[in-house]
Design a protein around this ligand. Structure first.
Ligand SMILES: [Zn+2]
Length: 324
């Protein structure tokens, strides 16, 4: 990493430490404007109790709807961010054999090439990289199923946090939409009746408009990736990436390569969503349980789709259906 990249990386990390406080502060201020200014100071004083109570209730519900998954992201990044441990200082892919059994006990895993059925090596962490692991330059660590380093949540999103990130985006967008529509309606009404608008009322429109636009853009980017079972990193070279897979066990293990652009983890849109959000539809909406993709089994680091079944068949190995 060059000096310039190191400085940029430090700036990103420091930004990540500050931004979550800003996000929570700005969202809390927006909720205060709706409850304190619109509901209490404006509607209740006019005796319009119904709309005032409705605004208070919906504002509180939507505030907690986005805050809970946001809190899950922050707490999970602090307790279980999905980091790969460092190997010994003198470890090299030629000599280090620690942890290889975890790969060899699986029915298939991503390997280097047809000659080298070894998993991919991280020269910085000095350890093997489980499938879909990527080295995060901001953290200087390998992260399981890394998606991207996100200053908005103060860390690197991976398999332990991506579900909560999607929920956070969805609820934050709904919250912004509600705040924007409510503010716009009441600002228009007040302007019509009194001819003036307080400065804070304008802020109440601008904040959800800016953040809502951002959340919509992020959702429009991440939902197609969720449906296709690809991370942000995997999308970058999705049209020409070729994976080498070590398939089978022991002496029967063979290395097969995919065609360019094939996604070995694509299970179809519904099962792809379930892998991240949860097997039960209730889990899709509640930030309680972890993603099913955290459960590892002998089949693979992540459940393989039909591409691997085909490769297994081409290798003369018995075809297996993905285990969910
Ligand atoms: Zn690494």
């Amino acid at each position: 990493m060059s000096q310039g990249e190191r400085v940029a990386s430090r700036i990103v990390v420091w930004t990540a430490l500050v931004v979550p406080f800003l996000v929570i502060g700005i969202a809390t201020y927006e909720s205060y404007l709706l409850i304190g200014q619109f509901a209490a100071n404006y509607l209740l004083r006019q005796g319009r109790d119904g709309p005032a109570i409705a605004i208070i209730v919906v504002t509180v519900i939507l505030y907690f709807a986005w805050f809970l998954p946001y809190f899950r992201i922050l707490s999970t990044l602090g307790t279980n961010p999905g980091l790969i441990p460092f190997g010994p200082d003198d470890a090299s892919p030629l000599s280090y054999r620690g942890g290889l059994d975890e790969f060899y006990n699986k029915a298939a895993y991503i390997c280097v090439s047809v000659d080298e059925k070894l998993p991919i090596w991280c020269y910085t962490c000095k350890n093997w990289k489980p499938d879909r692991t990527h080295h995060c330059s901001e953290l200087g660590r390998c992260v399981r199923k890394m998606d991207h380093f996100c200053p908005w949540v103060g860390g690197c999103l991976g398999e332990t946090t991506y579900k909560f990130f999607i929920q956070f985006l969805a609820y934050a967008f709904l919250d912004c939409l509600f705040c924007l529509i409510t503010s716009a309606v009441l600002v228009a009404e007040r302007k019509r009746v009194t001819g003036s608008i307080p400065g804070q009322w304008v802020v109440a429109i601008v904040l959800p408009a800016v953040f809502g636009f951002f959340c919509f853009g992020m959702l429009a980017t991440h939902i197609p990736m969720l449906l296709a079972n690809r991370t942000t990193i995997e999308v970058l070279n999705k049209s020409h990436v070729v994976h080498w897979l070590a398939i089978g066990t022991g002496a029967d293990r063979v290395a097969k390569n995919t065609s360019p652009g094939e996604n070995v983890w694509d299970l179809g849109p519904l099962l792809n969503c379930k892998q991240v959000l949860g097997d039960s539809y209730v889990d899709w909406f509640l930030p309680i349980r972890n993603s099913p993709c955290l459960k590892k089994d002998a089949e693979g680091e992540f459940v393989f789709g039909p591409v691997v079944q085909r490769l297994r068949g081409e290798s003369g190995l018995e075809e297996k259906k993905p285990v969910l």
